[in-house]
Design a protein around this ligand. Structure first.
Ligand code: N7H
Length: 440
């Protein structure tokens, strides 16, 4: 089995707390920082085992990850075997669909971020206390570069992202770790997520074992604009009210209803009981005996976000080893205000603090974003990009298949409802790597 005392908790389990803070820093004094990494940070790192039982969870959970420039500052200069990690996310910007760096948070436009501390707890006060005491311990060994406070949405939307959809339903099961995989969950070798484990064939330094690449993206969501688009383009079909037609369009863009129910199993109306049932809400393949898999979009469009990012039976080998990530994101920013809703215009930023873990950035996040979501010709020629996250450097996005009564009809999206504000590629090391390599 895996050494769950050595693997940081966010990777396989997720620090599922209502509040999180992403604290991006640079290392000002490597020698001083190394000592403090061992003495002050390492004892705070929440392991996978600690997360598995509420009784062993500390009040504030802490994880840490380093960029390539951070590892280099710590004199950990061996190649981790991932060229995209080595180059950093800013260098990769032209490949991700972002329209240049105009929307990027300035602190992400370079390689000046050496690491990120992730804090998670039930309250902001707990997090602020942990940050203050760690800052005083670390003193001038680091500089804070940027931070992003994130939070679960208030009831009844806890667990839902800002467009309104239940998130965190479909993460892969890991062989030798996940006790009871749910029907329809993908089943992966540990090496798909963790370096140096079974299924990871790349050459890595020994100390990289049981670490994972953390992709961070600050993804702004234009919620009132998205809602207006759904209202204006409601699907017109016998038996549907305008509101139902608008809800159906949103569900078909995502591939799930706001409750989490997959449109593949609930094609016309939401089914909240199905959405809430983990034994059924992932148990589908897009294949049905009464329909031709390669042409039929009556139930789920080929371009739907969850079909683009996990095509299931659309692939001739459904359980491929590439294109899988462990997602651990959380919303940030306030609820939509009455003024924003009335004007259909975002005035305060909100979105998703996107976090994914994988043993290969090119085979994980990057593959999903670039090769699948941003391609108009995946999974079939001309289906269009992913209407949620697909991006063409700001160019209009032409998408077919959204209208169940007329799959050939196209919709042109002139607004990107998800706007990348950039991010960074990090490596989340094992606790033993921190102790024996990074802090010495
Ligand atoms: Fe996505 N959304 O609210 O529309 N995502 N996502 N995602 N996403 C998923 O199945 C969303 C983003 C994946 O296994 C759900 O847990 C939003 C990026 C993958 O069937 C919902 C943003 C990437 C899956 C959303 C966003 C992915 C998935 C359904 C940005 C990778 C699982 C809930 C603001 C590059 C697919 C669930 C599967 C599911 C939304 C980003 C990937 C509701 C709003 C950048 C692999």
């Amino acid at each position: 089995g895996l050494n769950l005392d050595d693997i940081q908790g966010d990777i396989l389990v997720g620090m599922k707390k209502n509040k999180q803070l992403f604290y991006f820093f640079s290392i000002a004094d490597p020698a001083d920082f190394k000592g403090k990494l061992a003495a002050d940070i390492l004892p705070l790192i929440t392991t996978t085992n600690q997360l598995l039982s509420v009784s062993t969870q500390p009040i504030t959970l802490v994880n840490i990850a380093f960029s390539q420039t951070g590892l280099t500052a710590l004199n950990a200069t061996e190649s981790l075997g991932d060229s995209f990690f080595a180059g950093g996310q800013f260098q990769d910007l032209p490949n991700l669909g972002d329209p240049g760096s105009t929307n990027w948070v300035p602190e992400f436009t370079g390689t000046g971020i050496h690491g990120v501390l992730l804090f998670a707890s039930d309250t902001d006060d707990n997090i602020n206390n942990s940050v203050a005491s760690l800052e005083s311990a670390l003193g001038d060994s680091i500089n804070k570069v940027y931070s992003l406070a994130a939070a679960a949405r208030p009831a009844p939307n806890v667990g839902h992202e800002h467009f309104g959809f239940l998130d965190g339903i479909s993460n892969p099961a890991i062989n030798g770790f996940t006790a009871n995989p749910m029907p329809g969950q993908s089943n992966l070798s540990a090496g798909t997520i963790l370096l140096g484990e079974t299924g990871d064939s790349a050459t890595r330094p020994a100390w990289a074992k049981d670490g994972s690449f953390l992709v961070f993206r600050q993804l702004k969501q234009l919620v009132p604009e998205f809602d207006k688009f759904l209202t204006d383009n409601a699907i017109v079909q016998d038996g549907l009210t305008p509101q139902q037609g608008s809800d159906l369009l949103g569900a078909r863009m995502v591939g799930r209803w706001k409750s989490g129910a997959p449109v593949d199993l609930a094609p016309l109306f939401d089914d909240p009981v199905l959405g809430a049932d983990p034994t059924r809400n992932n148990d589908f393949t897009f294949q049905h005996p009464d329909a031709v898999l390669s042409t039929n979009q009556t139930r789920c469009p080929f371009s739907a976000h969850i079909r683009k990012t996990r095509p299931r039976a659309d692939l001739s080998t459904p359980e491929v080893t590439f294109g899988h990530i462990m997602r651990a994101g959380i919303p940030y920013g306030p609820e939509v205000s009455a003024d924003e809703a009335a004007s259909n215009t975002t005035s305060t930023e909100r979105g998703l603090a996107f976090v994914s873990y994988q043993s290969s950035i090119s085979g994980g996040f990057r593959f999903l974003q670039q090769t699948w979501a941003d391609s108009a010709n995946f999974v079939h020629s001309g289906v269009g990009v992913d209407p949620i996250i697909g991006a063409l450097a700001g160019a209009p996005r032409v998408i077919s298949g959204l209208d169940p009564t007329n799959a050939a009809k196209t919709v042109t999206l002139t607004t990107d409802f998800v706007v990348s504000r950039g991010g960074e590629y990090f490596f989340s090391p094992s606790l033993s790597a921190i102790a024996s390599k990074l802090s010495v």
